[in-house]
Design a protein around this ligand. Sequence first.
Ligand code: BYC
Length: 330
Amino acid sequence: MYAQMVDTGVKRVKSREEMSPEERDFQDRVDADIKIEAKDWMPESYRRTLIRQISQHAHSEIVGMLPEGNWITRAPSLKRKAILLAKVQDEGGHGLYLYSAAETLGLSREQLIEQLHSGKAKYSSIFNYPSLTWADIGAIGWLVDGAAIMNQVTLQRCSYGPYSRAMIRICKEESFHQRQGYDIMMTLARGAAEQKAMAQDALNRWWWPSLMMFGPSDDQSPHSAQSMQWKIKLYGNDELRQRFVDQTVPQAEYLDLTLPDPDLKWNEERGHYDFGAIDWQEFFHVINGDGPCNRSRLRARVAAHEEGRWVREAAVAYAQKKTAHKRTAA
Ligand code: BYC
């Protein structure tokens, strides 16, 4: 059943015969769609893969607050400002659920944050691009949240209970986020010529990085085969990317905007859109720390953490005071 697979990261998936009895039992539970919980036995590499993926996801949520936070003070109306504030706050909340899910696997929040700040842990490539105009806030909501949902809806059914439950809540909020982005794009696309041009320019800049969010092609993805065997991932990167393209093309048509890909066309035989080649060199530059905003994003996160230190210390001091007070009263 589990064919031996070799991929570029040379991570081979174990055949059933190669598994230990514990690993076989574990795989049987995964295959039967029984959720794995924090205290259950799990292979060490399952635990490590989850910590990597969930913490990368958590970091993406809080780093993702930065490009949008950039426009809170410059939103074009009070209504848009209130909506954007709520969205950015939601992303912080998503980070919180995800850090909590990662903590169930044995690492503390401080350790996870330290991995982000030291550059050891990745976060989504997409947040290393700048948000230059108000239309970028529309494009981020429409495309970035749209790509995120495409991936996350499937993660609601992943094998690890705490991650799957966090995703259910996150997905509900993400679909609002996507609609607010599309609403901004619709307003701009139906507005003055300058507004429509601004929307087109944002689409031109965010389209390809959004496709890169799904990760390298399956034949270049070292983790996919194992993660799919363990149902940490339900689908490969290419399948989700294709679904996103198929979903987004009609939405762009409705806006009367043009996707920046001359090779994009409907393929009757496949029943999908064909699309042009992704610049993987750019992707690998970005995930290796050399994107347009990598350094400033990390600087901003580290500064926010330092500036918030007194709040964390005050909360701990207050909790200790309360406990001491209860003890004396008892
Ligand atoms: N960016 O073997 P692969 C959001 C890395 S935020 C950076 O395919 P995997 C939102 C990958 O980590 C959405 N790195 O890996 C927030 C690995 O490197 P390492 C975030 C990437 O894990 C605010 C290497 O490339 N969503 O919703 O099987 C505002 C090989 O890749 C990326 C999630 O995090 C990337 N795009 O699959 C608005 C979803 N892609 O770790 C919106 C959860 C790949 O070996 N994560 N890499 O050094 C996943 O589903 C999977 O981790 C991925 C990658 C599909 C992203």
